[in-house]
Design a protein around this ligand. Structure first.
Ligand SMILES: C[S@@+](CC[C@H](N)C(=O)[O-])C[C@H]1O[C@@H](n2cnc3c(N)ncnc32)[C@H](O)[C@@H]1O
Length: 378
């Protein structure tokens, strides 16, 4: 079954296949200027690619060789991003524009007919590719030159020659397995060095973040958060109370492995500045997004679902944070609260609520004297 027939079936169903020869007549002829065959990425692989790049609403996704526009449309429709599709074939550009209107994302996407090698990629925070290995290799210097530090590049099927990917994902397909690769643009200067920091270096460097007055979690708790994120494959996280970013670094290190991203909230401007610097220095910016302000007003503006939430801000506000985040945590996700042992008197009623909540399974992790409650949502 060709890719075109597969897609026709997806859109119109098998019953309409008798019309296929009429509707697809000429569609498989070689297209002018194309050095890449037109084969579509199945929708579930598109979804896996966008998840691997941890696409979110602040992203600008460029799909180079955008075909019928499905990647850009999915990025806008399912992840709230903005997107640009570059496609050499004008018929496919016109088709993409029609699909975008039907998906009601026309105002957040743009499709342009043109040569991807002549397109300015500097506005992109994510670039998606399904080209060939050879075209990827030719594109690589342009990606490195134009993309901002931390921009993610995701390629379906084809790697980048001797540029090793950060992650490689295998996705089941109807006929065969699909391989998806992720790279993070090293960009210029500082980030160029830091993005390449290996895990051992980050684990050593993270202790330099710890400072008196920053109320950082003990190292064992940081390691616990990392293990939980990486071990459970969590990808969408929220932290309430960043301080200067110590615990966020541990979670970001886990999310670097799962292809996920943490949103972390901090009300204090000075501590937030320090956190931003720390994330940058350790090359973890692609995996952690700092939002400044009061969590109580920020949380209602953040869309779920989350795989996990780590609460580590003012103890008297824990019940309020919980009320706000509970509906945004998916079933199987975790709500974690720090200091439930060290601040037992202040948090007694809160912990009792967690332990008796009909939709939660709660236990207390006691590896540090601070104590972390871990509540898994049923
Ligand atoms: C215990 S510290 C967090 C430590 C951090 N998790 C770590 O391990 O490095 C608590 C932080 O929560 C912040 N905070 C308190 N209330 C907040 C709120 N309503 N919204 C956002 N941040 C808040 C404080 O400014 C403080 O930096």
């Amino acid at each position: 079954m060709t890719a075109r027939i597969a897609r026709f079936r997806e859109v119109f169903g098998w019953g309409a296949l008798w019309m296929a020869p009429v509707l697809t007549a000429g569609a498989c002829a070689p297209l002018p200027g194309q050095e890449v065959p037109y084969v579509q990425t199945p929708h579930h692989v598109v979804d896996a690619m966008l998840r691997l790049a941890a696409v979110g609403k602040d992203d600008v996704v460029y799909d180079l060789g955008s075909g019928d526009g499905r990647v850009v449309i999915a990025a806008a429709r399912d992840f709230g991003a903005r997107g640009v599709g570059i496609e050499i074939d004008p018929r496919l550009v016109a088709e993409s524009i029609r699909w975008a209107a039907r998906a009601r994302v026309a105002e957040r996407v743009r499709f342009a007919q043109g040569d991807l090698f002549q397109t300015d990629l500097s506005p992109a925070t994510v670039v998606t590719l399904y080209l060939t290995r050879e075209v990827n290799a030719r594109l690589r210097p342009k990606l490195l030159r134009e993309l901002r530090p931390g921009a993610r590049i995701v390629s379906h099927r084809f790697d980048m020659d001797d540029w090793p990917p950060e992650r490689e994902l295998r996705v089941e397909g109807e006929a065969s397995e699909h391989v998806v690769y992720l790279w993070v643009a090293p960009g210029r200067r500082l980030a160029a060095q830091s993005v390449q920091l290996d895990e051992a270096t980050i684990r050593a460097e993270v202790e330099k973040i710890r400072q008196p007055g920053m109320m950082n979690v003990p190292r064992v708790d940081g390691e616990f958060l990392h293990d939980l994120v990486a071990g459970r494959g969590y990808r969408r996280g929220l932290e309430i109370g960043t301080s200067n970013g110590y615990s966020a670094v541990w979670m970001a290190l886990g999310l670097r492995k799962t292809g996920g991203r943490l949103i972390t909230l901090e009300i204090d401007a000075h501590r937030a500045d320090l956190a931003a610097e720390n994330f940058k220095r350790l090359g973890l910016e692609p995996y952690v997004e700092l939002r400044r302000g009061d969590a109580l007003t920020l949380i209602p503006t953040i869309e779920g679902p989350f795989d996990f939430v780590f609460i580590d801000a003012w103890k008297e506000d824990y019940p309020k944070y919980f009320e706000l985040v509970f509906p945004k945590v998916r079933s199987g996700g975790a709500i974690l609260a720090h200091n439930v042992l060290s601040h037992a008197p202040a948090l007694r009623a809160f912990v009792e609520m967690l332990q008796t909540h009909p939709q939660l399974e709660t236990h207390i992790d006691r590896r540090s004297p601070a104590g972390i409650s871990v509540s898994i949502k049923k």
